[in-house]
Design a protein around this ligand. Structure first.
Ligand code: ADP
Length: 446
């Protein structure tokens, strides 16, 4: 049955939930539609954290950071293809985003390091626990408490509009019934297209046959939904592979394991890259190794520093051994060579200089047993490209015009991350641009 509201939001991942809460708090009636039976989308699987500069948590820990440095790292990571205006907003409002989430019950007090960051700015729950499912729980709870109406198993199939203004959406429910949700503003927060092999291969043929870390909802529905409105799309061929995914299991090992001290070795038991290089660089380096995979190797100190590792341990993903030699035997690499590699690395840590690969951040010597290894390789992880937006999260047409009442936020948008997204910047993106989209949608519905 047709219904009417102020703001309708498509997709209940991190961006959609954030936008919904903001719009509702700003006085709009909000319906949030989600095609899956559960909320959270790919945000559920976000392991890294939220990048933010100048936060109270950084200050508490004596970490010196700045908006300028955050911008610099993000532009460099994105090979300067990023839209600088969007990156400015991402960085400038990042600290506020941490506060916004904290005020609503999130724990982002642990600050770690991910690839491409000059300082520790990746905010995550105490003990380095995975950020995504924590945030989704917090956001979902907030949304329910303030009266956001969430309709699950409800798929947006069309965005309705007259001339240059949106008027609502057409949806399909679980039984296949179609109806209209009339609204003064629409927020598109449908995520990326990493789970749509055909679309991935269409934009980057090299990724044919790659696995994905994405949940089944990431099918790029926005492309079809926004076509009729002649929305612009950018950087669709910029598709990120994540370098530490367990082959065949599509199970992602968080970058924080490397951030907290793990190394990568190939089948010759040798390191081959600065492990904290950006995801594109590490992925490419792995593909050049025998078998196109590598082993992530770490010790008990690293395990104890990160609660996410307990999960991998319980899932049986880790090979465990009392000594480095025994570990080498278990994973089938040369024992003497692996001992050499680990010893050499430990000397680099002692002297604070990686003479082989110039890794800047070497947290700890790998010297406390048991030792652990897990085989990893690249899999499709994030689609940097997407619909064009401006700094107000308004959708922009191919002709460069604003479509009244239409907003987008999160992975569905392009421009924030350029050619390569830094770990920790997706959660920063969904929170900051989700808030902006929600606030502006509420405003335009008044
Ligand atoms: P982001 O990180 O940008 O929030 P997510 O992947 O976390 O992206 O969330 C996107 C959500 O949008 C997913 O839960 C997905 O199932 C949902 N979604 C995608 N397409 C549609 C659609 N056509 N109708 C309703 N929900 C959709």
């Amino acid at each position: 049955e047709d219904v009417t509201t102020d703001v309708v939001i498509i997709g209940a991942g991190g961006a959609g939930l954030t936008a919904a809460i903001q719009a509702k708090e700003d006085g709009a009636n909000v319906i949030l539609v989600e095609k899956n039976a559960v909320v959270g989308g790919n945000t559920n699987f976000a392991t890294g954290g939220l990048n933010a500069a100048g936060t109270k948590f950084q200050k508490e820990k004596g970490i010196e950071d700045s908006v300028e440095l955050f911008i610099e790292d993000t532009m460099k990571g994105g090979k300067n293809l990023n839209n600088p205006e969007l990156v400015n907003v991402l960085a400038e409002r990042s600290s506020e985003s941490v506060d916004w989430l904290t005020e609503r019950g999130a724990d982002l007090s642990d600050v770690g390091r991910l690839g491409g960051a000059s300082v520790n700015r990746c905010h995550r729950p105490t003990g380095g626990a995975p950020v995504g499912d924590h945030l989704v729980k917090v956001l979902n709870k907030n949304a329910k408490e303030i009266g956001v109406e969430i309709r699950l198993e409800t798929k947006a199939i069309e965005i309705l509009h007259n001339e240059n203004k949106v008027t609502g959406i057409k949806v399909q429910d679980a039984k296949g019934n179609e109806y209209v949700i009339n609204a003064k503003a629409v927020v598109v927060a449908t995520g990326g297209f990493g789970a749509n092999q055909d679309m991935v291969v269409k934009y980057d043929a090299k990724l044919k046959g790659f696995g994905t870390t994405n949940g089944p909802g990431a099918t790029g529905d926005a492309v079809g939904l926004l076509e009729a409105l002649k929305a612009g799309f950018v950087d669709m061929d910029k598709i990120q592979t994540h370098p530490t995914v367990v082959p065949g299991k599509s199970k992602l090992i968080t970058e924080a394991v490397r951030g907290n001290g793990a190394i990568l070795v190939n089948r010759e038991a040798k390191r081959f890259i600065d492990e904290l290089q950006t995801r594109d660089v590490v992925s490419a380096a792995e593909l050049k190794q025998e078998g196109a995979t590598a082993f992530l190797v770490f010790d008990q100190n690293v395990r104890e520093s990160l609660s996410a590792i307990e999960k991998y341990y319980k899932l049986g993903l880790l090979t465990e051994a009392e000594t480095v030699k025994e570990l080498a035997e278990k994973i089938g690499v040369d024992a003497e060579e692996l001992e050499n590699t680990v010893n050499t690395y430990n000397t680099f840590v002692q002297n604070n200089e990686d003479k082989d690969f110039a890794r800047a951040n070497m947290k700890t010597e790998l010297n406390k047993g048991p030792f652990y290894a897990v085989e990893v390789g690249p899999a499709v992880h994030h689609t940097m490209g997407g619909v064009t937006i401006n700094t107000e999260a308004q959708v922009i047409t191919e002709a460069g015009e604003v479509i009244e009442g239409l907003f987008a936020a999160g992975e569905v948008t392009g421009g924030v991350h350029g050619a390569n997204r830094l770990g920790g910047n997706a959660v920063a993106d969904i929170t900051t641009f989700g808030r902006i989209a929600g606030a502006n949608a509420a405003k335009s519905a008044k």
